[in-house]
Design a protein around this ligand. Sequence first.
Ligand SMILES: Cc1cc2nc3c(=O)[nH]c(=O)nc-3n(C[C@H](O)[C@H](O)[C@H](O)COP(=O)(O)OP(=O)(O)OC[C@H]3O[C@@H](n4cnc5c(N)ncnc54)[C@H](O)[C@@H]3O)c2cc1C
Length: 303
Amino acid sequence: MHQPETEVRPSIYYDYRVFNPWLPSSHPAQERKKVVIAGSGPAGMVTALELARHGVPSVVITSELQVSQGSRAIVFTRRSMEILQQVGVAGYMTENGLPWRFGNSYYRGQHVFRMEAPHDPDDRFFPMLNIQQQYMEEYLFNACAANPLIDFRWGNKVVSVEQQADFARVEIDTPEGPYTLETDWLVAADGGRSGIRAAMDLKMEGASYEGLFVIADIKIDLPLPTERLAFFDPDWNPGNTILMHREPHGIWRLDYQLPVGETPEEALRPDSLKARIDAQLAMIGYATPLGRWIGVPSTRHAP
Ligand SMILES: Cc1cc2nc3c(=O)[nH]c(=O)nc-3n(C[C@H](O)[C@H](O)[C@H](O)COP(=O)(O)OP(=O)(O)OC[C@H]3O[C@@H](n4cnc5c(N)ncnc54)[C@H](O)[C@@H]3O)c2cc1C
């Protein structure tokens, strides 16, 4: 039986809401669906809203009871905003996000490049907007919940898919046990490590490179504008890259690359985090006394 986490996720900026799971016993009749979407990340919810915009009903099946955990996407381009506008959530993003268009790159301590993304007063959206992914997911979910063509099922996990001649049979597990849905179309929006794509032996194409980054969201008041800061081969992290972005709610996000061979366990030790965040703040001229910043770290692979 699928038992999704019910404990509220920790965050220094986002108040998580735990939704009730959709239970099959309260909805006995399950006729064949037109579209089932596995996953309620940005891809799954935008797909559901776009289909609804074209009059197509869908069922969103999602394994968790909360929006995504931790620091994930934080910068949204103008093109993303145009797509979000189509599905009715761009207003919430601009109301709560931080627009920007300048970036500064430093190489070994020298300012070597200033990016200036063009922006016309008639442009509806800024070239970039910073807001944490949880908020975008919340706005998308609210739009899905308000749409009668979207049947949203928290706490439901796709466990297997059987391909039939002209439909798919989807086995779904819930906190009170499994049920089956038949659907004309199944959209695998179950993330970068999609179990559905793996089961179908569908591989992502394209180039990738190795590199492990620590992401630290810290609450700190830095008197700096909303501009991207990128540091290449800095003194305290030779050979590696560091990015800094201002986020809403008094948060700065640091992404720093780890030296080759360092494990996530070593990198996430409190003393290691503190030394590196302090080194970064000192490098940009804001050395902080012990305890002035608080943060929640995680690691990610290079994009
Ligand atoms: C640590 C981290 C940092 C990141 N930083 C950035 C960044 O700085 N900038 C950036 O642009 N992007 C970043 N990303 C990437 C960004 O978060 C993803 O590109 C984005 O979330 C992908 O959206 P998605 O809808 O395809 O998948 P996801 O957001 O991963 O959503 C997948 C959904 O599928 C659900 N699911 C999974 N399996 C099942 C199943 N069997 N049954 C039902 N539901 C299932 C999950 O619960 C989830 O709702 C980061 C990601 C991570 C993990």
